[in-house]
Write a protein that binds this ligand. Structure first.
Ligand SMILES: Nc1ncnc2c1ncn2[C@@H]1O[C@H](COP(=O)(O)OP(=O)(O)O)[C@@H](O)[C@H]1O
Ligand SMILES: [Mg+2]
Length: 450
């Protein structure tokens, strides 16, 4: 269906063009060199030629980058296919005399305020190269201008390319979502994936050259086109975390108490489920098992606690005891009910939060110690926490831990447990705590069931 003279789309490029006619918002994501920009260009040419009097936008974050990259490629494709066009450099427009369609060339900038000359423009299509460079705000604004009335519905669309981004990027939530947490991708979106192997037109040796110079994470992202984190700064748990050692299908057993670590917060509340195994009289032989994780999204404290409790009874029935750990600052922070969180938990949810004020760095050293001694094991279902350990949880160039709003919440939830039950890499038996709780309960000073 693509009208191009010399263009023979690859399989994935064909799929991309197909999706563009079926969905109003299409993302082509993949490795550098997998043919994304070429497909974007040909979708644009097709829209401009097939729809008379069409108006469209070809954009990148900055006009300078656009001019250097996509525009160069577009002009080359037009020349090689001998498609008539006029490029008005000062007006930053390309006009197709055959269909009388116009493509506006523009840089979109950082904020909606900078949109300038194209702000009020109505268009039939929008093509954005390297959309991951844009802010979500600027991207969302683009969608509001797809309203040129005479353009058929299947041609009224936004299509874009991106290199893979970390899961923390807005693009990921928008196009992929977090299905395990019940967050679906946005309606109307489609995503097409490409790796370097999907483009047979690359020069020989191109891939080898890339492979030689890249770290495994970079290969995943730039060659395989996977979503993922490319290191900036240093991974906190590297090289102490070793997937083949520390990820194991650790099973829940009702024989040991269940410990739940909580990190509060409306946007990204987090919980981890932990057990400490081993002979109570043999502290050396004890091990920490991380059984489960949960990262919530936009929920009030009550809802969060309800979900955690439901999950606990569903997956971890009849535990010896349930112990709750949390952010020591919860004691002073105010929740939405203007009570301190730990008071609210105690009164309303019958949860006695165990807290210990330990500096962040001490807590992290503690986790490193447990990893080194091979005494911390994570169930493979804890996908986010495993990625955090693999390198998602990082330090910036000054050595400060990055509060990425994603990995950090789960690591915090875990830290609160270990600060109480495994400080200085020494795993405390929970037995004495459980005994103390039983005594207190008997004396009536603690609610039952917490
Ligand atoms: N269908 C195709 N036919 C011929 N060459 C192609 C095709 N698709 C891509 N290429 C070439 O492969 C190279 C990389 O493609 P490009 O679209 O720039 O990749 P990306 O934007 O994913 O990095 C370019 O030289 C491009 O001309
Ligand atoms: Mg490109």
């Amino acid at each position: 269906m693509i009208v191009g003279g010399h263009y023979k789309p690859t399989k994935v490029q064909q799929e991309f063009h197909q999706r563009c006619l079926e969905h109003p918002i299409v993302l082509f994501v993949g490795a550098t060199g997998s043919g994304k920009t070429t497909a974007l260009i040909w979708q644009l040419i097709d829209d401009a030629l097939m729809v008379p009097h069409n108006r469209g936008l070809l954009a990148r974050k900055t006009y300078e980058d656009l001019e250097r990259t996509v525009l160069e490629d577009l002009l080359l494709e037009l020349e090689m296919s001998q498609i008539p066009y006029v490029h008005y450099t000062r007006k930053k427009q390309i006009v197709f005399p055959g269909s009388k369609s116009i493509v506006f060339l523009t840089g979109l900038g950082d904020t909606v305020k900078n949109l300038g000359r194209t702000k009020g423009l109505n268009v039939g299509f929008i093509a954005i190269d390297q959309i991951e460079e844009l802010t979500r705000e600027v991207f969302l604004f683009q969608l509001t201008r797809l309203r040129l009335p005479h353009v058929p519905k299947n041609r009224r669309h936004l299509f874009a390319t991106a290199n893979p981004v970390p899961e923390t990027h807005w693009l990921y939530e928008f196009f992929v979502g977090f299905p395990e947490e019940g967050i679906a991708p946005k309606e109307g979106t489609a995503i097409v994936h490409a790796s370097l192997d999907d483009n047979p037109y690359l020069p020989d040796g191109f891939k080898d050259l890339l492979l030689e110079s890249m770290s495994p994470e970079e290969v995943d992202r730039y060659v395989a086109g996977e979503w993922g984190f490319v290191p900036e700064g240093k991974a906190v748990f590297k090289p102490f975390f070793q997937k083949h050692l520390h990820v194991q299908t650790v099973e829940y057993t009702p024989d040991y108490p269940l410990i739940i670590g909580l990190d509060f917060g409306y946007h990204r509340p987090a919980a981890v489920w932990v057990q400490i195994h081993g002979d109570p009289f043999d502290p050396v032989g004890r091990r920490v098992h991380i059984l489960d994780e949960m990262l919530g999204r936009d929920m009030l404290l009550d809802d969060f606690i309800d979900i955690v409790k439901n999950r606990t009874s569903a997956y971890f029935p009849n535990p010896t005891a349930v112990l709750w750990c949390g952010d020591p600052y919860a004691a002073t922070q105010r929740s939405d009910r203007a009570e301190s969180i730990d008071m609210e938990l105690r009164v309303k949810h019958k949860i006695a939060l165990r807290m210990k004020r330990v500096p962040l760095e001490t807590g992290l050293q503690n986790i490193v110690g447990l990893l080194r001694k091979n005494r911390l094991f994570i169930h493979p279902k804890c996908k986010i926490l495993i990625r955090a350990f693999e390198g998602g949880y990082r330090r910036d160039e000054n050595g400060e831990v990055i509060k990425d709003g994603y990995y950090d919440h789960l690591v915090d939830a875990l830290r609160y447990v270990l600060d109480v039950f495994a400080p200085f890499g020494m795993i405390h038996g929970v037995e004495s705590v459980v005994r103390a709780i039983r005594v207190k309960r008997l004396l009536g000073s603690l609610p039952a069931g917490g």
